[in-house]
Design a protein around this ligand. Structure first.
Ligand SMILES: Cc1cc2nc3c(=O)[nH]c(=O)nc-3n(C[C@H](O)[C@H](O)[C@H](O)COP(=O)(O)O)c2cc1C
Length: 387
């Protein structure tokens, strides 16, 4: 096994180990992938102020996010289909996150069900909800999350319809995979992945199959999913879901200051500045660029978090210094999972913690709770002069 010292090492192993269809699903953005790329490259435009002769002993990365103690202000973002990147992937990731002391968010589109993750980990986790047209299914999903003791509901607002992702369309992505000739050729080279998948019974969407009316097999499942994202989702529905849930609510997928204001008015506990990892509206601003204006707009009323393009502890530090209370990682943990299962997720978190800690020290700060814009050098045109 190669020596792993950075997230990119996990990415390389992930790429070799996982079937092409699932690698592409993770690594793609929508249309031209401009926003997907800028989520990453805009972090590189921000520089750090090197400070010296500052006492750096006894540093602290621990804090609280939405009232929960965390070992560092990082959360695992919801990612669909992770049980296809590695057998029982959501259970493994939830365990790794819990041991590390950071929140894990289970996607509606997970392979392991809410009940499976709850039973196998015995720990509270966050549940991400997509609003579906089937009201009965939606209500039961919320009830299931309550019963499983989920400690926050993460309501995703930026996927009322699916952004067009060329790679998935070309690959005919499905779970379990459709066995076309080229998919079979590719699968036949992925022995490690295949053997583990054969040992688990969890190979389709665990929150949906057996729970939604008319979904009995992969074919009916794929057409159900295609029709179910609710295009009529509006702020009234968000409010209704808040009432139905009754617990901590995080609104994910906010990229505009006006929407941030609406989210604060609805009474969310936190918002996540996000463009879904560049998978929805291509051409939208990168998350790190959109963040400062949203912090200025609502930062005193609601916790503002961000995700998109975070691949290192330095990125986490920049997001926090720009005003985020937490930085969520998506692909970074999936690379770890696909590469090495639970150990890979732990490794990804360790890498990020080490980088965050070292960078913070070299910027002359000892406590993650004190990070602010003073440690950054931000180009004057960073937020853009858009009309
Ligand atoms: C493969 C993949 C699947 C995703 N599935 C979901 C999902 O089911 N629900 C959701 O709210 N966000 C989903 N997202 C978006 C992530 O929660 C997060 O916003 C994004 O990955 C952050 O960008 P990053 O991957 O650059 O860290 C997905 C992202 C990826 C890469």
């Amino acid at each position: 096994m190669p020596v792993v010292t950075e997230i990119e090492d996990l990415h390389r192993i992930f790429r070799r180990r996982v079937p092409r269809m699932f690698y592409d699903y993770c690594e793609s953005g929508s249309w031209t992938e401009q926003t997907f790329r800028e989520n990453i490259s805009d972090f590189d435009r921000i520089r750090l102020r090197q400070r010296v002769a500052v006492d750096m002993e006894n540093r602290n990365l621990g804090t609280t996010i939405i009232g929960q103690d965390v070992s560092m202000p990082v959360a695992l973002a919801p990612v669909g289909l992770t049980g296809m990147q590695n057998a029982d992937g959501e259970i493994k990731a939830a365990r790794a996150a819990h041991r590390f002391g950071v929140p894990f968010t289970l996607s509606t589109m997970s392979i392991c069900s809410i009940e499976d993750v709850a039973a196998e980990t015995g720990q509270p986790f966050w549940f991400q909800l997509y609003v579906m047209r089937d009201q009965d299914f939606l209500a039961r999903l919320i009830e299931r999350a309550k019963k499983a003791n989920c400690s926050a509901l993460v309501l995703t607002l930026d996927l009322q319809i699916l952004g067009q992702r060329h790679r998935d369309l070309k690959n005919g992505l499905s779970a379990p995979p459709k066995l076309t000739w080229s998919a079979m050729m590719n699968l036949s080279t992925k022995w490690g992945w295949g053997l583990e998948m054969l040992r688990t019974r969890r190979r389709s969407f665990g929150n949906i199959v057996g729970h939604a009316k008319g979904v009995e097999n992969p074919a009916s499942l794929m057409s159900w999913i295609g029709e179910q994202f609710d295009p009529q989702l509006d702020w009234n529905k968000v409010h209704r879901i808040k009432e139905m849930w009754g617990g901590k609510l995080v609104l994910k997928g906010i990229l505009d200051a006006e929407d941030a204001r609406m989210a604060a008015e609805v009474g969310a506990d936190a918002i996540v500045v996000s463009n879904h990892g560049g998978r929805q509206l291509d051409g939208a601003l990168s998350s790190i660029r959109a963040l400062p204006q949203i912090v200025r707009e609502v930062g005193d009323r609601v916790e503002v978090h961000m995700d998109g393009g975070v691949r290192s502890g330095q990125d986490v530090l920049k997001a926090l210094a720009m005003g985020a209370k937490g930085a969520w990682i998506g692909r970074a943990w999936v690379y770890g999972l696909g590469a090495m299962g639970e150990r890979g997720v732990t490794t990804a978190l360790e890498i990020i913690r080490k980088e965050l800690d070292t960078t913070m020290a070299l910027c002359g700060r000892k406590d993650v709770r004190t990070l602010d814009r003073n440690i950054l050098l931000v180009p004057r045109d960073f937020e853009g002069d858009w009309a």
